[in-house]
Design a protein around this ligand. Structure first.
Ligand SMILES: CC(C)(COP(=O)(O)OP(=O)(O)OC[C@H]1O[C@@H](n2cnc3c(N)ncnc32)[C@H](O)[C@@H]1OP(=O)(O)O)[C@@H](O)C(=O)NCCC(=O)NCCS
Length: 337
């Protein structure tokens, strides 16, 4: 069983061990070998003893069957309502398996519960894996702004931050479709401005019967190939999001599609729905890559994907014909870490 909780003072040595082991593995190629080789497993013991004792620093641990497999250190910042995430580390064998996402979510719910509304952090600029991890959790990259001194060498660092009350304020949720959602689905999709940005094949005008057929198909879809959710905002169905698994050698890859009713555009709802869907897929399935192919001119959709941590992998030139126009598409993807 995996769970996170606040660390106890007597766990300082184990936490330092997790940090040192993680540094020595995850930072190979990012930080000089000399520095990593010289790191002792008790490197953080004094810092933790002073910090945890002083009340300004606290730590959370991730446990698997009672063993500590991850640790995070957090420090109250000078700024009111802000917490600084000093570190989040997993034992090397636990990296790339969804433990980090799970751990981060538990940390975030704890800091929310403690009343913090902002979380800041610093990350080495060449630690791409960590940067995309934090982007996927809604952190905003504030740029390449500082320097960290590790041993004798200086490394550029980036500052990232997240407003952690946003989701609560937005009230965005996902749930499986229900047949009674048909009228809301019709209201969302029966709009040329929405359809013009989707693939062909969706009826227009879209009737209650079309919506019911779609919902029945989604509810009856093969469990491991299609994941379709209604997007709920303030208790109302406002859109649709789905992830569709590819086959053959692409069977660990899935395509994402979404749309939202026009009155709800521009409120960050889709960005939040995309984030939640990716977390769900990476945590509950063996899918390791989620991609989306918006038309290149669909700026809002491209922006949604970027905000949700997708990377633009390239432009697919003249990849589609829509409404009689040959058009480029952008290939965006997010990879499970
Ligand atoms: C694309 C779509 C899902 C976006 O949903 P949304 O809930 O409005 O998205 P968000 O509010 O989370 O983010 C939209 C972002 O795009 C930006 N944006 C919107 N229109 C823009 C434009 N014309 N130029 C530049 N930026 C634009 C917004 O400012 C916002 O970015 P910001 O937060 O940095 O300001 C919605 O417009 C939609 O359903 N469109 C029709 C269907 C569709 O295109 N689906 C995607 C197919 S790939």
């Amino acid at each position: 069983m995996i769970m996170a909780r606040m660390a106890q003072l007597e766990e300082i040595k184990q936490i330092s061990l997790v940090l040192a082991t993680s540094w020595k593995t995850a930072y190979r190629g990012i930080v000089d070998d000399d520095y990593l080789d010289a790191l002792k497993t008790d490197h953080w013991v004094d810092f933790l003893a002073k910090g945890l004792g002083g009340g300004k620093v606290f730590s959370m641990v991730l446990l698997e069957n009672q063993d500590i497999v991850g640790a995070s250190i957090l420090r109250k910042s000078e700024k009111q309502g802000e917490i600084h995430m000093v570190s989040l580390y997993l034992l090397p064998g636990k990296i790339g398996k969804g433990y980090g996402h799970r751990f981060y979510r538990e940390i975030e719910s704890k800091i929310k519960e403690m009343g913090y509304s902002e979380c800041s952090l610093e990350v080495l600029s060449n630690n791409e894996r960590a940067i995309s991890f934090y982007l996927a959790h809604g952190f905003v990259d504030e740029g390449n702004e500082g320097i960290a001194l590790l041993g004798k060498r200086e490394y550029p660092i980036r500052y990232m931050r997240k407003s952690i009350n946003m989701e609560k304020e937005l009230g965005v949720n996902l749930r499986h479709w229900r047949i009674e959602d048909a009228p809301d689905l019709v209201a969302a999709i029966n709009n040329k401005k929405v359809l013009d940005n989707l693939r062909d094949g969706i009826p227009y005008p879209y009737t209650d019967k079309d919506a019911e057929e779609f919902i029945i198909a989604m509810l009856g879809a093969q469990k491991d190939t299609q994941y379709a959710f209604a997007i709920i905002y303030d208790g109302k169905v406002v859109g649709s999001i789905g992830v569709f698994r590819k086959d053959n050698v692409h069977r660990l890859t899935a395509e994402m599609g979404y749309y939202i009713a026009e009155p709800y555009w521009g409120k960050g709802i889709t960005t939040e729905a995309v984030r939640q869907t990716c977390s769900y897929i990476f945590e509950n399935t063996d899918i390791i890559r989620i991609f989306a192919e918006p038309y290149a001119h669909n700026v809002a959709s491209c922006r949604v994907l970027e905000k949700a941590g997708f990377q633009l992998e390239g432009v697919l030139h003249s990849n589609a014909i829509k409404n009689g126009q040959v058009t480029d598409m952008n290939m965006y993807a997010v990879i499970k870490h």
